[in-house]
Design a protein around this ligand. Structure first.
Ligand code: SAM
Length: 258
C-alpha cells in the first residue's frame, strides 16, 4: 500500500526487506522495487548476492551500523533518505530480514512522512523464519507452544529486560535477535526466574546462507558453548527449540559423504 501526502514532482521511498541473505528469499515485490531504484541505502548485513540484484543504474550506499556502536547516525540516514527523494529519486531503503522487525523503521518513516514524501513497506523474510527452517522446526506447535516471542538481546539502554517469569515457564519459545553479547545475562535472568537449565537453546549463524552454522546447546551450557563456537556472523538464538533430529542426521550424513 502506498502512503502518500502531497507528492508533486518528488520521489518515493520503498522500505524493503532483503530477507536473511539467500537471494532466492527476496520477494518479487522487492525485486521490482530494486529495478525502479535510483539509489539503494542498505544495511551492513545485506548479502552481496542480494545487492548484486539491484538495477544497474542504482547507486548503492552502505549506511550500516556495526555491533553496538553506530557508524551512521540515525538522523544522517533520515536526512539522506529525504534529500534523495526530495530530488525526485526513487529510493530503496533496504533492511535485512523484514524491515518491521528490529529495524528502526518508524524513525525513518516519520522523517519521510514529515517531508511529505510517499512511502511503501515491502515485507521480507525475517531471520527467525529462515533460522527455524534451517533446523527443520516450527515456530509454534500444537501442544508445545501456542505463542512465540521475538526478543532483542539489547536495546538503547544495554542488555534488554523481558518478562523473564513468563519466559522461564516450561514450553516457552523465543527467537532472540542480537543475543550473542547478552547470552550470559539472558541465561542468568532465566535461571534466576526458575527456568530449567536443561532447556534447549539453538543458535543459527548466517541462516539461509551457504555458510549457515547450527549449534545446539542447553541454557546451562549456553555462554561456554557460544564462546567455543566463535560465531562472527549474524546469529539468531532460539530459546526452547532444538534442531529436529532428522535435520541433524541429514547434516551429519552430508558431512560424512562430502
Ligand atoms: C538489527 S536486527 C535486524 C533483524 C531483521 N530486520 C530481520 O527481520 O531479520 C539484526 C539481527 O538479526 C539477526 N539476523 C539477521 N540476519 C540473520 C541471518 N542471516 N542469520 C541469523 N541471524 C540473522 C541477528 O540476530 C542480527 O544480529
Amino acid at each position: 500500500m502506498r502512503h502518500s501526502q502531497t507528492n508533486d514532482g518528488i520521489g518515493h521511498v520503498d522500505f524493503v526487506g532483503a530477507g536473511p541473505g539467500d537471494p532466492e528469499l527476496l520477494t518479487l515485490k522487492a525485486l521490482k522495487a530494486f529495478e525502479r531504484a535510483d539509489v539503494v541505502l542498505h544495511d551492513r548485513l545485506i548479502s552481496t548476492e542480494v545487492l548484486a540484484l539491484a538495477g544497474r543504474n542504482a547507486v548503492l550506499v552502505d549506511v550500516g551500523k556495526a555491533g553496538f556502536g553506530p557508524s551512521w547516525k540515525q538522523e544522517d540516514i533520515d536526512a539522506l533518505l529525504v534529500s534523495h527523494a526530495a530530488n525526485g529519486q526513487h529510493v530503496v531503503r533496504l533492511k535485512s530480514g523484514d524491515p518491521t522487525v528490529f529495524g528502526r523503521l518508524d524513525e525513518e518513516i516519520q522523517a519521510v512522512q514529515a517531508a511529505g514524501i510517499s512511502w511503501t513497506i515491502v515485507p521480507g523474510v525475517t531471520a527467525a523464519s529462515a533460522a527455524v527452517a534451517g533446523i527443520g522446526q516450527s515456530l509454534t506447535q500444537r501442544g508445545r507452544n501456542s505463542s512465540v516471542r521475538f526478543l532483542t538481546g539489547h536495546d538503547m539502554k544495554g542488555f534488554a529486560d523481558h518478562d523473564w517469569t513468563a519466559l522461564a515457564q516450561s514450553g516457552s519459545v523465543a527467537a532472540i535477535y542480537m543475543g550473542k553479547k547478552s547470552a550470559r545475562f539472558i541465561q542468568g535472568r532465566l535461571i534466576m526466574h526458575g527456568a530449567d537449565r536443561a532447556t534447549p537453546v539453538t543458535l543459527i549463524e548466517n541462516a539461509s546462507r551457504p555458510d549457515q552454522h547450527v549449534m545446539a546447546t542447553t541454557l546451562d551450557q549456553l555462554p561456554d558453548d557460544l564462546i567455543a563456537a566463535e560465531m562472527d556472523g549474524p546469529t539468531l538464538m532460539f530459546y526452547g527449540l532444538e534442531p529436529r533430529n532428522a535435520v541433524t542426521a541429514l547434516t551429519q550424513y552430508k558431512k560424512e559423504h562430502a
